[in-house]
Design a protein around this ligand. Structure first.
Ligand code: GLN
Length: 497
C-alpha cells in the first residue's frame, strides 16, 4: 500500500486497529527504511531490532485478543541517547558512557512505551547535548537528510534527522537552549520544547537542570500533540519534583481557529545581523500566513533578549559542571586502567572520557563558580534571567504567542563553523525561551529560495500554554505546504507496507 513514511502517527495507529496492516509489518517497514537510509544519514547509535519486533508482536497480540489499543500503538519511535531505556546503552554520544547500560527506564520513555509505541533504538546527539551540530558526538556525525554534506543541527540532530528521513515517525529529544527547535528547523520537521516542568526529566541525563526539557519531533503537528499527550499522561512524576501535575488533551483544541488571537513579532530581530535573507523572507511569510488565518500581528519587544546568550553561557556551563562532576572515573562510566591513586584515576578518566566541548563547558563552569568570580558572573546572569523572564511576562500580556526564527541560517556544511563562540551566537533565537521556561515549537514553513533547504518558524508561548501554542503551530502548518514532507532523497526508499 505504499511506504510507511507517508503515514502520520494517527494513521499508523488507526491502520493497525482497522487491520489494514499489523504492528509487526510497520516495525519491519521502519527497520527496512532504516537499513536503506541510515547508512547515509547516520542518525542511529543503537538499533534495537529484537526489542522493536517484540513490542510490535505484543501490540498485535493485544489486538487479536480484542483489547483496546493505546493511542500510539505500533508507531515507530526512537529516543535521543541521553534517555535511559533499560536493556540499552545510554551513551550521551560520549566515550565517558560508551559502555553504560541503563539500569532503569526514563519516565518519558516509559510513558511513550505505555502509549504503545514500537521502540526502534537510540539516536545520535552532540556529546552530553553540548552543541548545535551533532558533530561533537564521540562516535560519528549525523548528516542532514536534505543535503548530507550539511549538519542536521543539534544537539538532538539524530532525532531530527531520523524523522526527516522518514526512518521513524516520532523521536524524542531534549532542549536546554534550543536543541529540539533548531535541528527541527534545519531538517524541516516539527519539534517542540514544552514548558519547563511539563515533561518529567527523570532518567534523562542532566545537562542544565534549570533549563532542560524533553520534547517530541514529528512530521505533523498532530503527531507532536499526540506524543505530548503520551508524555504527560499520569501527570506529575514523583521522581522529578519539577514535573507538573494534571493531564491535558493536546488534541482537543488543535484545529481551533486562531481568528482574533494575537501573535507578536519583534521588528529588531528581523533586522538582526547574521540573519540570512531567506530566513527573514520565510519568517515574513509565516507572519503573513498567520495574519491570513485571522491572527492580529502585533509588534512587541523583549529588551533584554540581547543579553540572553551571555546569561545562558554562564548559567548552562555552571549547571553542566555541577551535573557532570558525577563522572569521576569511579562511580559511572569510563575508568582509566592502571592508575595508582584515586586522584590520577579521576583526572585521567575525565581527560580521556570527555571530548573537547564537554571539557570546555566544565572548565568554564568551574571557573564561573569559583569564589570571587561567582558573584561577578553567575549572580549577574541570574539577574539577567529575571529581567528576561519579566520581559516575556510583559509581552505575553499583549500577545498569545511570539514568532521568531529558530536558527539565523539554514543548515550549514559540516565543519563550516569551527569557532565555539560563533556556534554559541547561533543560539540567539532559542535560548531566551529556556531562560524564561516558556514553551516553543519550530514548524517548517518553506524551502529557502536560495539554498533549497528547509526553514522553520519558531513560535513561543507563555508557560503552560502549550495547548494554545500547538493550535498556532497547526494553523501555520495548515497554511504552508510542508506538512508530512520527507527529505526528497530518502522519501519512499525502503519501508514498504
Ligand atoms: N546549542 C546550545 C548549547 O550548546 C543548546 C544545547 C541544548 O539545548 N542541549 O548549549
Amino acid at each position: 500500500m505504499g511506504c510507511f513514511d507517508a503515514l502520520s502517527a494517527r494513521q499508523i495507529a488507526a491502520g493497525i486497529v482497522a487491520g489494514d496492516f499489523s504492528a509487526t509489518e510497520v516495525a519491519r517497514a521502519s527497520l527496512d527504511a532504516i537499513a536503506a537510509r541510515d547508512g547515509q544519514v547516520q542518525a542511529f547509535l543503537q538499533l534495537s531490532e529484537d526489542r522493536a519486533l517484540a513490542a510490535a508482536a505484543k501490540t498485535d497480540a493485544a489486538r487479536a485478543a480484542g483489547e483496546v489499543l493505546p493511542p500510539l500503538a505500533g508507531v515507530p519511535v526512537a529516543f535521543k541517547d541521553n534517555m535511559n531505556l533499560m536493556g540499552t546503552r545510554t551513551t550521551c554520544a560520549s566515550r565517558m558512557l560508551e559502555t553504560y547500560e541503563s539500569a532503569y527506564t526514563a519516565t518519558c520513555v516509559q510513558r511513550m512505551l505505555d502509549a504503545g509505541v514500537t521502540p526502534m533504538g537510540k539516536l545520535n546527539m552532540d556529546e552530553f547535548a553540548f552543541g548545535s551540530t551533532t558533530d561533537s558526538s564521540a562516535f560519528h556525525p549525523t548528516n542532514n537528510p536534505w543535503d548530507t554534506t550539511r549538519v542536521p543541527g543539534g544537539s538532538s540532530g539524530g532525532s531530527a534527522a531520523a524523522v526527516a528521513s522518514g526512518e521513524i515517525t516520532i523521536a524524542l529529544g531534549s532542549d536546554t537552549g534550543g536543541s529540539i527547535r533548531q535541528p527541527a528547523s534545519l531538517c524541516g520537521v516539527v519539534g517542540m520544547k514544552p514548558t519547563y516542568g511539563m515533561v518529567s526529566r527523570f532518567g534523562v541525563v542532566a545537562f542544565g537542570s534549570s533549563l532542560d526539557q524533553v520534547g517530541p519531533f514529528g512530521r505533523h503537528v498532530e503527531d507532536v500533540a499526540l506524543a505530548l499527550n503520551a508524555l504527560t499522561a499520569g501527570g506529575h512524576d514523583r521522581f522529578d519534583s519539577t514535573s507538573q501535575d494534571g493531564e491535558q488533551d493536546f488534541l482537543a483544541h488543535l484545529n481551533d481557529s486562531i481568528e482574533g488571537r494575537s501573535v507578536g513579532v519583534i521588528p529588531a530581530l528581523f533586522e538582526a545581523k547574521g540573519l540570512a535573507p531567506e530566513v527573514r523572507t520565510a519568517l515574513q511569510r509565516a507572519a503573513d500566513k498567520l495574519a491570513d488565518a485571522g491572527a492580529n500581528i502585533i509588534e512587541v519587544d523583549l529588551p533584554n533578549m540581547a543579553s540572553a546568550i551571555a546569561a545562558y553561557y554562564v548559567i548552562a556551563p555552571c549547571e553542566a559542571f555541577s551535573n557532570l562532576a558525577r563522572y569521576d572515573g569511579v562511580r559511572y562510566g569510563y575508568q582509566e586502567p592502571g592508575c595508582s591513586t584515586l586522584a590520577e584515576q579521576s583526572s585521567l578518566s575525565r581527560a580521556h572520557g570527555f571530548g573537547a566541548e564537554a571539557k570546555r563547558r566544565q572548565m568554564l563552569g568551574a571557573y564561573l563558580l569559583s569564589s570571587g568570580i561567582y558573584e561577578k558572573y553567575y549572580l549577574a546572569a541570574q539577574k539577567v534571567r529575571t529581567l528576561i523572564t519579566a520581559d516575556y511576562r510583559r509581552a505575553f500580556k499583549q500577545v498569545d504567542a511570539i514568532l521568531m526564527p529558530a536558527s539565523p541560517t539554514p543548515a550549514w556544511k559540516h565543519g563550516a563553523i569551527s569557532d565555539p563562540a560563533e556556534l554559541y551566537l547561533a543560539d540567539i533565537y532559542t535560548i531566551s525561551n529556556n531562560i524564561a521556561g516558556n514553551c516553543g515549537i519550530s514548524v517548517p514553513v518553506c524551502l529557502g529560495a536560495e539554498s533549497g533547504l528547509p526553514i522553520g518558524a519558531q513560535l513561543q508561548g507563555p508557560v503552560f500554554a502549550d495547548a494554545q501554542l500547538l493550535t498556532f503551530a497547526r494553523a501555520l502548518e495548515r497554511s504552508c505546504s510542508m506538512e508530512g514532507v520527507v527529505a526528497p532523497g530518502f522519501s519512499g526508499r525502503g519501508g514498504e507496507l
